[in-house]
Design a protein around this ligand. Structure first.
Ligand SMILES: [Zn+2]
Length: 264
């Protein structure tokens, strides 16, 4: 029998689930091949040398052998383990959310190096600040991640011109239409009876600056009500695009509720 063809790639492990007796089915996001599913054989045995290099949210250098249906991990070596993420449930929850979004949106085997770098940079950032996550900084990070991801996958929301009439949206009140992927001006609003979200002037300004900001120049979101509004709007848009809920949101919300002081 001919030897299977092999290839090397750098990958972020998005998730893993038990497969067969001792194997694990991995979802990988690779630098040069996009999203892939591969089998890691025997990694659920205590003696496995591969297991430690294939944990979810690890960046590893892999050697894969092409299989008939699924490729098989032949060798793995950790490049970055983001160890600090495992020490903070909050940071871990955010990282899992980012990985889930990439998994949910990315088509299989379509390379998107920009998306790979976006996830890698954000895992590094979260890992470096895992212990001290400031709410306003963290909200900016997550919203910017969502906007960049949408951008890289062709779902960039239009935030400047009305998606109905192409007129500039400058008024104090505007609306967001998930179906049309952008803002709607007051004049066009009457044509839509349902499915529109109101966007406050501050939220629109913030979304625009997050959409255009350099990573290091992202504005902080210090107002709790503004954080909630922008988060709600992007969640709504993402849920509309995916046609399903993002499961890791529940875990993030649970931790947030537990961390907030009990109201008297
Ligand atoms: Zn309009």
């Amino acid at each position: 029998m001919a030897r299977p063809r092999t290839y090397k790639t750098e990958a972020l492990v998005l998730k893993g689930s038990p497969f067969g007796e001792a194997d694990r089915l991995l979802t990988l996001y690779t630098l040069d091949r996009g999203k892939l599913r591969a089998v890691a054989k025997g990694v659920r045995r205590a003696t496995s040398k591969l297991a430690g290099h294939l944990e979810p949210l690890t960046c590893s250098l892999l050697l894969l052998a092409e299989g008939r249906n699924l490729d098989v991990v032949a060798q793995a070596e950790t490049k970055e383990s983001f160890k600090a993420l495992r020490d903070s449930l909050e940071a871990l929850a955010r990282a899992m959310y980012m990985a889930e979004l990439v998994d949910a949106f990315a088509p299989e085997e379509v390379p998107n190096p920009g998306l790979y770098r976006l996830l890698l940079a954000n895992l590094r950032w979260l890992s470096a600040r895992a212990i001290a996550l400031d709410e306003s900084l963290e909200a900016a990070l997550l919203r910017r991640f969502e906007l960049r991801l949408l951008d890289l996958l062709g779902y960039r929301p239009e935030l400047h011109r009305c998606v109905e009439c192409s007129g500039p949206v400058t008024s104090a009140a505007s609306f967001f239409n998930p179906r049309a992927g952008g803002v709607i001006c007051v004049a066009c609003r009457s044509r839509w009876s349902a499915g529109l979200l109101t966007v406050s002037p501050n939220a629109l300004r913030l979304l625009r600056s997050l959409q255009s900001a350099e990573p290091r120049a992202s504005p902080l979101i210090t107002s709790a009500s503004l954080r909630e509004e922008v988060e709600g709007l992007l969640r709504h848009y993402i849920r509309y695009l995916l046609e399903r809920d993002v499961h890791s949101i529940d875990f993030m919300d649970l931790l947030k509720r537990e961390a907030s002081p009990v109201e008297a």
